[in-house]
Ligand binder design. Structure first.
Ligand SMILES: CC(C)(COP(=O)(O)OP(=O)(O)OC[C@H]1O[C@@H](n2cnc3c(N)ncnc32)[C@H](O)[C@@H]1OP(=O)(O)O)[C@@H](O)C(=O)NCCC(=O)NCCS
Length: 333
């Protein structure tokens, strides 16, 4: 008979220790984008809430933004970099299919030889990565995790596209996750609906591009389809995440939804019946939609502007291309 294999177990609970952020170095106002899409500053403000978005200059890559955000998160967390044994980067905009950004960032921040990989769950990517880090640490597969959402979406926008390009920004947000004496990351409500893959997608493939049959692939969306799905289905997912956490909307200190559209954020707040006391992240106004980076960036800003939120409960929900979604409640560091 073969010997019984050893199995690992970890701590009962995990929590977020600290956040880091890096936004694109350029502030891009609506006026800069409206010409080729026959739009106006007023239309973009009214329909999306975006006044400016941050984008990264040519030489500044998503991996650089990820590195900067990670360094801040590690410093703030107080966890020595060499104790981090798991690095997950949620992204859809790495310019190379391999190597992963995560392996390179792990090395750059002093976490070599951490297990490191990129994961693609679009705008739900950060929520997915938090769920993975929490589960892997509790299973004993890692001790401290660095979770990063990093995007340079300006690499995959077409300035003449009216469906999505004007929404998008560049940035990276990072969080360090480790063991906790109390529950501080609730079970994730996560899932997908690939039957709606066409609702947010690329307009061509790399093969079409290589063969000269198409231009460089850029993002497209069916705005109204996504809008309706977000407002109806995602509000239900947000409520489910509260149930899974065993709390009520009135227990929340903050609500940090994916920064997709200010009207979607307002509609969520209405449907969740959030009391006035709950502070709502509205980073989209000056950052735009940064996909996987949007929730950690918005959280970082919220904690800077409202340090009293520390120790409070935040509901976070990401949703986007796939379609995919992920939501959970976390205790803010
Ligand atoms: C993209 C989005 C802002 C468009 O707003 P909308 O209110 O749905 O706009 P519609 O598509 O209904 O179009 C309304 C009008 O604006 C026009 N329009 C569409 N895009 C426009 C643009 N970029 N600039 C100016 N006008 C525009 C349309 O032609 C239409 O004109 P009409 O009324 O004369 O026919 C919105 O649908 C949205 O935010 N969707 C969800 C985005 C999202 O969450 N994505 C997640 C993936 S990360």
């Amino acid at each position: 008979m073969s010997p019984t294999l050893k199995q690992s177990t970890g701590p009962q609970y995990t929590r977020i220790y600290g956040f880091g952020a890096a936004r694109g170095d350029r502030i891009v106002p609506n006026e800069e984008l409206i010409g080729p899409i026959d739009s106006s500053d007023e239309w973009i403000r009214q329909r999306t809430g975006i006044i400016t978005r941050t984008r990264a200059s040519e030489g500044l890559l998503a991996i650089d933004l990820a590195t900067d955000a990670a360094k801040e998160a590690i410093e703030v967390s107080g966890v020595p970099a060499d104790q981090i044994d798991l690095v997950i980067i949620a992204t859809i905009s790495n310019v190379q299919q391999t190597p992963s950004m995560a392996a390179v960032v792990a090395d750059r921040v002093g976490a070599n030889p951490a297990a490191a990989y990129d994961s693609n769950a679009a705008c739900a990517g950060y929520s997915y990565a938090v769920a993975q880090a929490d589960a892997l640490i509790r299973a004993g597969a890692a001790h401290y995790a660095l979770v990063i959402g990093a995007e340079k979406l300006s690499d995959v926008v077409d300035p003449t596209d009216r469906s999505i390009s004007f929404l998008l920004g560049d940035g990276a947000g990072a969080a360090v996750i480790g063991p906790s004496d109390f529950p501080a990351i609730s079970p994730a409500v996560w899932g997908s609906d690939g039957s709606k893959a066409h609702a947010v997608t690329m307009n061509s493939t790399l093969i079409d591009y290589r063969d000269g049959d198409a231009n460089w692939p850029t993002l497209r969306q069916e705005g109204q389809t996504v809008f309706r799905w977000a407002v109806w289905d995602m509000a239900k997912v947000a409520k489910q995440a509260l149930d899974e956490a065993g709390i009520e909307a009135s227990d929340l200190a903050a609500f940090i939804p994916h920064q997709a559209n200010m009207r979607i954020i307002d509609e969520f707040a209405k449907q969740l019946k959030l009391p006035e006391s709950v502070i709502i992240a509205r980073d989209i106004e000056t950052t735009g939609n940064t996909s996987a980076a949007s929730i950690p960036l918005a959280t970082h800003r919220l904690l800077k502007e409202h340090p009293e939120l520390s120790g409070g409960l935040a509901l976070q929900i990401g949703f986007g291309a796939g379609l995919v979604y992920g939501a959970q409640v976390v205790v803010l560091p």
